[in-house]
Write a protein that binds this ligand. Structure first.
Ligand SMILES: [Zn+2]
Length: 163
């Protein structure tokens, strides 16, 4: 059902084509795509984006965080009252982090078309998904080329298996 291209990319060498990932226009900004698994270290990937699409993504974030924030506050006030909220906030922080990760991914998927999925245990590899399959393949290829250019990166990539 899901239509996207998943690419496991060597994090330090990820390269995008220099055009807006959303509209293919001239990219004069970057948007940081966050890659993290629940409670793992957060990594940022800079996706090229035009000014207009950058504003759309930022605006989308403000709207959806305001709506979900107000919703959660209302539900908690109804259930717990103000004092209950202060006490349970400590317990609820992991839940907030989970929702943050989910919403961030949702917005990147819907608006930019590139979203982070996971960080490998070594933290060398970041898994991204692309709505535009050919863009995903292009990023994969550019990243691979960038990796090959770096002798240090290439030897790291092949690990100890070469010896
Ligand atoms: Zn754009």
């Amino acid at each position: 059902m899901a239509r996207f291209h998943e690419a496991k990319l060597y994090g330090a060498y990820i390269r995008f084509p220099q055009r807006c990932t959303r509209c293919n226009g001239i990219a004069n900004k970057t948007y940081e795509i966050t890659v993290m698994s629940f409670l793992s270290t957060e990594h940022g990937v800079q996706a090229p984006i035009c000014r207009r699409c950058y504003r759309v993504r930022k605006g989308g974030g403000i709207i959806i965080y305001t709506i979900t924030g107000l919703f959660f506050i209302s539900v908690m006030v109804i259930i717990l009252g103000i004092l209950g909220i202060l006490i349970s906030l400590v317990l609820v922080i992991p839940v907030i982090m989970f929702f943050h990760d989910y919403l961030d991914r949702f917005l990147n998927r819907r608006i930019i078309g590139v979203w982070g999925v996971r960080v490998s245990p070594s933290e060398h590899f970041l898994t991204l998904r692309f709505s535009d399959i050919s863009l995903g393949q292009e990023v994969e290829k550019l990243t691979e080329q960038e990796l090959q250019k770096s002798a240090r990166g290439a030897s790291e990539y092949e690990g100890e298996s070469a010896r």
